[in-house]
Design a protein around this ligand. Structure first.
Ligand SMILES: Nc1ncnc2c1ncn2[C@@H]1O[C@H](COP(=O)(O)OP(=O)(O)OP(=O)(O)O)[C@@H](O)[C@H]1O
Ligand SMILES: [Mg+2]
Length: 227
């Protein structure tokens, strides 16, 4: 299997506040390899979420590029970008954003259905993932009846539905107690090993950062390696 590479080069992002241009990210160049785990830390407002969004191509950089296996995200057609998101990137946001009208199982089946899998395939995959995240007994529940940690697990199963090359997670443990957060990270790490999936996690939690092989810190718009 090819080892995929997600690469930022000279990435900059600024926002206009009135007439003033404020840079959130400056000249960020970093390569993320599949089969490795990365933690991105930085105090609130340093651009972690902005960086994750840029890596997924959900937002456009002010300058610089993001590429996936040498294919530039900003040169992809909307269809190519959609396919990239479906096949190669799983996303976890700080809030689970589950669809409240759908059951746990249906929420978890959705990405595979959208990517063109049959209902049976999508169901089988979702059932396996929900079992791996410890939610086999909740498949028919509606999201609102779940605890925060259980909702985070559904979001995890959903992000993994198409076996992405990379999982990008923006503070996946941000709203969880330490015990539940540790369980989520341990599930992620074991799936990461089993599948050889790249893991890029932004986090405030030192136990999450410490569980990653490679750590970076965002500071004053720049990225730097940290211990
Ligand atoms: N759409 C936008 N318009 C203007 N400014 C923005 C926009 N999005 C983000 N910013 C600014 O960019 C900076 C970085 O925001 P970002 O959400 O990436 O930080 P963060 O490191 O994820 O913070 P937190 O740890 O609180 O989640 C903040 O100062 C924010 O106000
Ligand atoms: Mg954030």
């Amino acid at each position: 299997m090819q080892t995929s590479l997600l690469k930022a080069e000279g990435l900059e992002k600024s926002f206009l506040e009135g007439n003033k241009e404020t840079f959130v990210l400056r000249d960020i160049s970093v390569s993320f390899s599949q089969e490795k785990t990365y933690g991105i830390t930085g105090v609130s407002g340093t651009g972690k979420s902005t960086f994750i969004q840029l890596l997924a191509g959900l937002d456009a950089p002010t300058s610089g590029t993001v590429s996936f296996n040498d294919q530039l995200l900003n040169k992809m057609t909307p269809q190519e970008h959609e396919r990239f998101l479906q096949k190669n990137v799983g996303l976890i946001f700080q809030l689970p954003y589950l669809i409240k009208e759908l059951s746990v199982l249906e929420n978890s089946m959705l990405p595979a259905i959208i990517a063109g899998a049959s209902e049976q395939e999508a169901r089988d995959t979702a059932l396996t993932l929900l079992d791996q995240v410890g939610l086999s007994d909740k498949i028919d529940a509606c999201p609102a009846s779940l605890s925060g940690g259980q909702q985070a697990r559904v979001a995890l199963a959903r992000a993994l539905a198409n076996r992405p090359a990379f999982l990008l997670a923006d503070e996946p443990t941000g709203n969880l107690d330490e015990q539940t957060g540790k369980e989520i990270i341990s599930i992620l790490l074991s799936l990461q090993k089993e599948w050889g999936m790249g893991l890029i996690i932004s986090t405030h939690d030192s136990y999450v950062a410490e569980a990653m092989e490679i750590r970076y810190r965002l500071h004053d718009g720049f990225i730097e390696p940290r211990d």
